[in-house]
Design a protein around this ligand. Structure first.
Ligand code: ADP
Ligand code: MG
Length: 694
């Protein structure tokens, strides 16, 4: 970009509304916009015209191919490219793209995770166009965002259930709003995801098998300088990192992503990028694109972008803060307290619904952030604990507290309610006292869910958030429909809810040990690992929730649980094998070589009659540690040979509680050896190089 005018490039690679308007006949444009805004069904004749216009636009912009772009359960995106060519009778080609090709695709589904669906159903899969997320151009292909499902209609992706959960929250919230005499066309959920990541020198990264194969370091002694100095957070951005960030922003803007904020994070070589929030569906697509662009652009700058939740031990990991809210198509944010929240009964009711949702379904919410990578973060004194709780901030907590105590709530027909709550400062402006240690914090007009891991798709997280809140709103609507005095009854219901669910509210330090004890006293769950959490996702309560809200079928809940568990097991499996390989093939030979070097030194000194006691004791230490390491390699190998395979949950438990401790103790001795072995003997780059040489 020559000058700084972003609007000149924003969305230039997107088949967005202005492009559609310019290229489609008026009536076609109108009916497409109706589909986008209201979810009405699209006629195939309309799709035919849209496909043709899309193709012309794509070809003019250098495309030869198109692809349905979908989000299988891997958490990544998938694509299969077809060219636009069609043979003609005279053995030449023309470029064609039909309405049917736009609307539906048929990739082979058999290699994507299906959690057992594959065994019982056909392997074929379908992709279906999602017109609400615009098509875009990348690498000379036209990308069409799609849903992905099996031949028999079971969803195999993260987009379809997300769209269903948006429909659920729309329906439930509209029922509640109707009680207050409001009838917006739609209620939508919004997300602004703050994305953390590390950058590392590409060549250094390529020298480490662990980073190459697992995305995190499985070995590595602490660097002389860690993050104690706090000099990186919001610090000056190095010139070539700034060049990388500039290119990322420009690529994202061209793709219509509202990239807004960038800064250095707490750890060395750690950074963050955040967009302006959009609806959850768009935001999820855009976050996937953001992660992809970060990787791609890093490569242009001889860097590698680590999205893993915990690439370095002893150094802060990376999360993805999921800022979530709901609002109406008229622009009303439903979690915005306004100046007098105590009198804003509608707000209090929505707030109560969120609090109740988090308390009733804290287990499922915990599962939504349960991954092998994130297990290293949650509860490790740098990220919110694995215990789910809600932080309201001082002012709002005071409102809730006083309402609960029932100090002078008065209802009078036609008048403002007097709640007896002392007048409080404007919450929105004064929400600076944000509690960074809470997993689920109210921040002015939204909740910030801070537990998600940096590498996760936000699809799964927001499916859960939307669904659990939709469930509570539905319940509230059922209680309140038919009320003669909605202000009074809704306020009473909100207050009752605050009382019933007070255990989930915690405004203190979430990192402290006292909280762990206190949470236990309150009966809150502390699901430390993914295998601990995962079974909750397929409990009867969970099935009832998802089936009831029309988000998943029973089979979909069960297969999804299976897939998530398998993913955890696979991750641990590869980490275990990579660790063994590095230890046996790289670290052990290096230690033996270096020990020999010191031994030779001792021997040659001895032959000259020089006593070398310190050198000798170094040989002894190296030998003892190397032997210790060899026995730990054998121990991990024995455990690797005995992984149970009958049941995914049993396997997961074995990885978490038998394999992981063995991996940790092997790492410990190897890291100690790293501090003793000469640099030139050590087989791969150290933490200092990885963290400080980019
Ligand atoms: P922080 O202080 O947590 O870094 P920011 O001001 O950078 O907060 O905002 C974080 C994210 O929250 C941004 O993506 C922003 O667009 C998003 N956000 C702001 N308001 C809302 C809202 N009502 N709903 C969802 N996301 C929001
Ligand atoms: Mg934040």
């Amino acid at each position: 970009m020559e000058n700084g005018n972003v609007s000149a490039i924003f969305g230039e690679k997107v088949f967005n509304l202005p492009t559609m308007k310019a290229r489609l006949p008026k009536d076609i444009y109108k009916s497409l916009v109706k589909t986008i805004n209201e979810g009405t069904k699209l006629d195939i004749s309309v799709a035919e015209v849209v496909a043709n216009a899309m193709k012309d636009w794509a070809i003019e912009n250098g495309c030869t191919h198109y692809t349905h772009w979908f989000q299988p359960m891997t958490g990544l995106t998938a694509e299969k490219h077809d060219s636009f060519i069609q043979p003609t009778e005279d053995r030449t080609v023309i470029m064609e793209f039909s309405g049917k090709e736009l609307v539906m695709g048929e990739p082979d589904a058999s290699s994507f995770p299906s959690g057992g669906l594959r065994a019982t159903f056909e392997a074929r899969g379908y992709t279906a166009w999602d017109p609400t997320s615009f098509a875009f151009i990348k690498d000379n292909s036209l990308y069409i965002p799609t849903s992905f499902m099996s031949y028999t209609g079971e969803v195999l992706d993260k987009k379809t259930p997300l769209l269903r959960s948006e429909a659920a929250i729309n329906k439930a919230a509209k029922r509640v709003l109707a009680l207050f005499g409001k009838t917006p066309a739609r209620v939508v959920s919004y997300v602004g995801p703050e994305q953390e990541y590390f950058l590392v020198d590409k060549n250094l990264r390529n020298k480490r098998k662990d980073l190459l194969l697992t995305g995190r370091t499985l070995f590595g002694a602490k660097p002389a300088k860690g993050q104690e100095m706090d000099d990186h957070y919001f610090g000056q951005i190095k010139e070539h990192i700034a060049a990388f960030m500039k290119e990322v922003d420009e690529e994202l803007w061209k793709l219509g992503v509202l990239a807004k904020t960038k800064h250095n994070e707490v750890a060395p070589a750690q950074h963050e990028i955040a967009p302006i929030f959009s609806t959850t569906n768009i935001s999820t697509d855009h976050n996937q694109l953001t992660m992809e662009i970060l990787k791609k652009v890093a490569d242009h700058h001889d860097l590698y972008c680590l999205l893993h939740e915990k690439p370095y031990e002893g150094i802060n990991g990376s999360g993805k803060h999921n800022n979530w809210s709901i609002g109406t198509s008229d622009g009303e944010l439903l979690l915005k307290p306004g100046r007098k929240p105590e009198q804003n009964v509608q707000f209090l009711l929505f707030l109560a619904a969120v609090i109740k949702a988090v308390d009733d379904y804290s287990d499922i919410l915990r599962v939504s952030v349960a991954t092998a990578g994130n297990d290293h973060r949650l509860g490790a004194n740098e990220a919110p604990p694995a215990i789910i709780s809600v932080y309201l901030g001082d002012q709002l907590a005071a409102v809730v507290e006083q309402l609960k105590n029932g100090e002078g709530v008065k209802y009078e027909e036609g008048r403002v309610i007097e709640t007896g709550v002392e007048s409080l400062p404007d919450i929105e402006r004064d929400s600076t006292d944000r509690n960074r240690t809470s997993p689920f914090a109210f921040t002015g007009n939204r909740f910030e869910f801070r537990a998600p891991g940096s590498r996760q798709s936000i699809g799964g997280i927001n499916i859960v958030l939307n669904t659990i809140v939709a469930e509570e709103l539905t319940e509230f609507a059922e209680i309140l429909e038919g009320s003669q005095n909605i202000q009074k009854d809704a306020l009473e219901l909100a207050i009752k809810t605050f009382k019933d669910h007070e255990r989930i509210i915690f405004n203190g330090n979430g990192y402290s040990d006292e909280w762990v004890e206190e949470a236990e006293r309150r009966g809150l769950l502390n699901l430390k690992t993914t295998p601990d959490a995962m079974p909750y996702f397929k409990s009867q309560k969970s099935i009832d929730l998802f089936v009831g809200q029309g988000v998943f079928s029973k089979v979909e809940v069960e297969t999804r649980t299976e897939i998530m568990m398998e993913e955890y097991n696979n991750t641990l499996h590869f980490e275990m094998l990579t660790m063994l390989e590095m230890a046996k093939q790289e670290i052990l030979p290096a230690c033996l070589k270096y020990t020999k070097f010191v031994t030779d030194d001792v021997l040659s000194k001895k032959s000259l009659g020089i006593d070398a006691p310190l050198e000798f004791s170094k040989v002894q230490k190296l030998t003892a540690l190397t032997e210790d390491m060899m026995s730990k390699i054998d121990d991990l190998q024995a455990k690797a040979d005995a992984v149970p395979t009958d049941d995914v949950f049993e396997t997961g438990h074995y990885y978490a509680y038998t394999v992981m401790p063995a991996m940790e103790s092997l790492r410990e001795v190897a890291d100690t050896l790293e501090t003793m072995v000469a640099k030139e003997y050590w087989p791969f780059p150290t933490y200092t190089e990885l963290l400080y040489l980019q």
